[in-house]
Design a protein around this ligand. Sequence first.
Ligand code: SAM
Length: 240
Amino acid sequence: MEEKLFKEILKERAQSINIFLNEEELNQFYQYKDLVLEWNEKINLTAITDEREFIIKHFIDSLTIKPYIEDSKTIIDIGTGAGFPGIPIKIVNPNNEVVLFDSLNKRLMVLEDIVGKLKLSKVQLVHGRAEETFKNVQYREKYDIAVSRAVASLNVLAELTLPSVKVGGMCICMKGNNAEEEIKEAENAIRVLGGKIEKVDKFILPELNLERNIIVIRKIKQTPKQYPRKPGTPQKSPIL
Ligand code: SAM
């Protein structure tokens, strides 16, 4: 797709969710898409290679959480993969400090290249497994907002994300359709880990008419020391 058309579609779709992208941001998104697709030939980053679909499923989907994020807050994107939703949020909120966190070092090397080429400042790349990293005082209960998309079911995700967030902070969990069952199954885990579901917002992705659920969990008290449990345990034996 031609650069001009790509930018027109992105600009228009973003406008439809009340996000107004300037020329510099459009350039960054265009370059970001090129870099992801280029790296994708060497390292598995995304199954979405159609550019229209890329705009909606990666960029617009990531941008749907912008209204939840205040300028001064620190953000950690847990299981960021190719940078979603952390990098799109960073592009439109340049003042936020953003940590891109993932357990796969190869993906972080790609992100280092992308962050450098897009000239994004106040971005930190951290390699580790959530189960280990958020035991460490350097990262535990440190961030205002944890964001996460397509990483685990909500009961597991709560254990991977809530330990990273300060009391008073929040986790924004991005989910597809039919989130109700997952939410019900995760209610106790969220409570045990010190969180409380504040709201669940439904969202329909433009053009593709796909339902998304944005689950906002407020951290209301400290996470007990025994969480997160050791790598693999949250997935094998989710808190019931
Ligand atoms: N968030 C991105 C997106 O929506 O496109 C990537 C999703 S990808 C399906 C899941 C990512 O989470 C992978 O990059 C994987 O390495 C990372 N991940 C899974 N479990 C993790 C854990 N326990 N700690 C840190 N990263 C993890």
